[in-house]
Design a protein around this ligand. Sequence first.
Ligand SMILES: NC(=O)C1=CN([C@@H]2O[C@H](COP(=O)(O)OP(=O)(O)OC[C@H]3O[C@@H](n4cnc5c(N)ncnc54)[C@H](O)[C@@H]3O)[C@@H](O)[C@H]2O)C=CC1
Ligand SMILES: O=C1O[C@H](COP(=O)(O)O)[C@@H](O)[C@H](O)[C@H]1O
Length: 247
Amino acid sequence: MDAPVLLTGSEGRVGRAIVERLADEYDWRLLDREPPAEDRPGEFVVCDITDYDDVREAMEGIGAVVHLAGDPRPEAPWDSVLRNNIDGTHTVLEAAVDAGVDRFVFASSNHAVGAYETADRTPDIYRPDDGFALDGAELPRPSNRYGVSKAAGETLGRFFHDEHGLSVACVRIGNLTEGHPPKDYERGQAMWLSHRDCAHLFDRCLEADYGYEIVYGISDNDRKYYSIERAREVLGYDPRDNSADYD
Ligand SMILES: NC(=O)C1=CN([C@@H]2O[C@H](COP(=O)(O)OP(=O)(O)OC[C@H]3O[C@@H](n4cnc5c(N)ncnc54)[C@H](O)[C@@H]3O)[C@@H](O)[C@H]2O)C=CC1
Ligand SMILES: O=C1O[C@H](COP(=O)(O)O)[C@@H](O)[C@H](O)[C@H]1O
């Protein structure tokens, strides 16, 4: 990717995991409603993603967008996810297409499919050797309003791909935890995403060729019940971490 990459939500957990590891790989333009707490590579834009004019200006000359900005709380109230996650994502997509951006990588979530974790399936699905698996082709089944907003973002991406030819990758991120998987939390261990694999996965989303994809953003955990085969096949994702290595 030779053109600059716009990453929204850069001051958050996922944004920092990506940019810290890929600082020299791309010409970054970082965006957040909060100013940077410390030096960041490239340019920095402080604006709210719901402000079309500001976002459109930030898109000038951009080749690809990594869209992370939003309310990440599973318990977030409807007014917040409606504004930040749904209207905000629509605004970023519209500004990207208007600016001629080629590629859009969207931070979706495990909560877009959380309701597949039914009482009869859990906790067994969080353990190795259980046969249940999701592969990204299944319908969304949100477990809360936040998950609804993430499923809406995926569908917005599908529309902008079909309508405008934008390459779109939706990454259903599991549980990003630095240094080791969550402790004493089987769900978190099943869907752990290490910082190293997170940066690698988003790097592949910026480099691979695809039209519209939904993939799972997790490390290669023995406990996983999300398949990462599509990410391997289409993106060349090759995770190096496994939550079982920390048992
Ligand atoms: N951390 C995780 O394990 C997971 C994160 N995700 C998703 O990844 C994305 C990033 O998550 P985190 O980094 O953990 O969240 P975070 O809360 O640490 O970072 C989000 C960043 O977005 C910014 N932001 C929020 N609303 C904004 C707006 N309207 N305009 C401009 N900036 C805005 C915030 O200032 C913050 O710096 C989110 O979309 C979240 O839903 C999905 C699954 C798991
Ligand atoms: O989408 C997200 O999911 C992770 C994992 O969900 P959890 O309910 O098992 O914690 C969550 O940690 C993160 O904050 C959220 O954005």
